[in-house]
Structure formats: C-alpha cells, structure tokens
Design a protein around this ligand. Structure first.
Ligand code: ADP
Ligand code: ADP
Length: 236
C-alpha cells in the first residue's frame, strides 16, 4: 500500500515545464531519497505533494487523499486539501520557527490551535518529541538562542507533533554549518529506523547511501533512475 502515489505529473511555471511526467510511489515505512542536479524539479515535486503548488495534469495521492487544486490534476475543495495537508509533515531548508515562541510552544502550536487538542496532552507529547530530537533541555529556549541544527530539530519535532503519516524533507541540511549537519541527519536516521514513511530531497549522499531504502534520481523534470542506493549511487 503506497503512502505516496504520483502518476504522470506535469507542472510548468508559466511556459516552462518543470515536471514532465513524474511517476513515483513510496510504500508505508519506506525512506526514499530524491537526488539530482539543481533545477531538476525536486523542490517543485515536494510542493505538489503537499498541495503548496498547483499542477496541470497527473494524479497525486498522499496518505489516501487526492492532492491537487487550481489549474488541473484532481480538483479537490480547499477544505479537503487543508485536512489532507495535516497528515503530511514537511520540513524546509529554512527552519521557519515562530521567533516569539519557545521551542516547546513552537511544537505545541499546531496541535493546540489547528487540531484543538487539550493543552496538557499536547504538552506531554511535545516534550517527548523534543526529547526524541535530543532537545529536552531546550524546551524553554527561543529560536534565536538555538543553533541552526537545534532549530531544524525543533522544526522536525513540530512537524511530527501533527502525527503525520508521511514526512517530506526539502534539503533540510543545506543551510546549516557543516558541523551541525550530522545531528539533524541522526534524527532523520532515527525516524527512518522507527518506520516513518519519508521522502527526502538531499545532497547528502552519505545519508542516502545508509538510510534510504531506495534512491530516485531526477533530471530535467523526470525520474531518470531509481533503485537501491548502491545501484543508483555506485559503490563509495
Ligand atoms: P530543484 O529543487 O531540483 O533544484 P526546483 O523544483 O526548485 O528544482 O526548480 C525547478 C525549476 O523550476 C528551476 O528551473 C526553477 O528555477 C524553476 N522554479 C522553481 N520555482 C519556481 C517559481 N516559483 N516560479 C518560477 N520558476 C520556478
Ligand atoms: P531550491 O533549488 O533549493 O528549491 P531555489 O533557489 O531554486 O531553491 O528557489 C528558492 C525559491 O525561489 C523557491 O521558493 C522557488 O519556488 C523560487 N524560485 C526558484 N526559481 C524561480 C524562478 N525562476 N522564478 C520565480 N521563483 C523562483
């Protein structure tokens, strides 16, 4: 059973085709890394999966929900999209934490405000999530007082707080100082090991080699190759 299923996805910006017939499936519990040159459409693919970008044609199903709005694809009501999006966690290159809120408050925000879940329950879960990303001791710290790696780990905890069925990662270590990359990748490795379904756009070939069940190579808006890491990436 696929958690992500993409069939013949086409998307352009203006007249420029960016995705030219992408097919993709990610099974429950699978970690798939997406690699490829800059401009090959990796980010755009994630944005289509999360309903952040409309597309012209094709089918996108994530966590059992049709995604797609605007110019084409399966047109589904905005309200349904909103519900679908709750089941999809996404982490970007920029951490995008709320600067005026503590780490704990950042993690609690969506479950309390969006899902209207009880504060006490959410707080206990948020503390457990901060512990899971190695930041139990930073619950009360504000983003400005955290390193980039710590902020990114809070961003991962914040996405997990919505109890998503799938996590999308868009070059989440690309904006980090090199010495902070490892701590973020370690958290992602842990999630993969725990059976989270993950689609990871990354330039970290070491991570792709060790953590991915499958690697997808994109070029020119198409999936041009996919398979086990050793097959797609060659031997180190
Ligand atoms: P990648 O993530 O593989 O680097 P992107 O999906 O970011 O690729 O970009 C694919 C192509 O689409 C690039 O040529 C990029 O310049 C273009 N592009 C991305 N976002 C936009 C946008 N919002 N408007 C116009 N063109 C865009
Ligand atoms: P990445 O390749 O890491 O996805 P980019 O530098 O290509 O990042 O894009 C950064 C932001 O700028 C994205 O939000 C993307 O949608 C937007 N963007 C990229 N290329 C264009 C473009 N040609 N026209 C307008 N927006 C663009």
């Amino acid at each position: 059973m696929s958690v992500i299923a993409v069939r013949n996805l086409h998307k352009s910006y203006g007249k420029t085709p960016v995705l030219r017939g992408v097919d993709l499936a990610v099974a429950k519990g699978e970690t798939v890394c997406v690699i490829g040159p800059s401009g090959s459409g990796k980010s755009t693919l994630l944005q289509c999966l999360n309903g952040l970008e409309p597309f012209e044609s094709g089918e996108v199903i994530v966590a059992g929900q049709h995604i797609g709005w605007g110019r084409g694809g399966a047109r589904i009501p905005e309200r349904e999209m909103t519900f679908a999006r709750r089941r999809i966690g996404i982490v970007f290159q920029q951490f995008n934490l709320f600067p005026h809120m503590s780490a704990l408050a950042n993690v609690m925000e969506a479950p309390v405000q969006v899902l209207k879940r009880p504060r006490a329950v959410v707080e206990a879960e948020a503390r457990a999530l901060l512990a899971r990303v190695g930041l139990a001791h930073k619950a009360d710290a504000y983003p400005a007082d955290l390193s980039g790696g710590q902020q990114q780990r809070v961003a991962i905890a914040r996405a997990l707080a919505m109890q998503p069925e799938v996590m999308l990662f868009d070059e989440v270590t690309s904006a980090l100082d090199p010495e902070l990359v490892g701590e973020v990748l370690a958290v992602m490795r842990g999630l993969a090991k725990d059976g989270m379904t993950m689609l990871v756009v990354t330039h970290e070939m070491g991570f792709a080699r060790e953590a991915a069940d499958r690697v997808i190579f994109m070029d020119g808006g198409l999936v041009v190759e996919q398979g086990p890491p050793a097959e797609v990436l060659g031997r180190p």
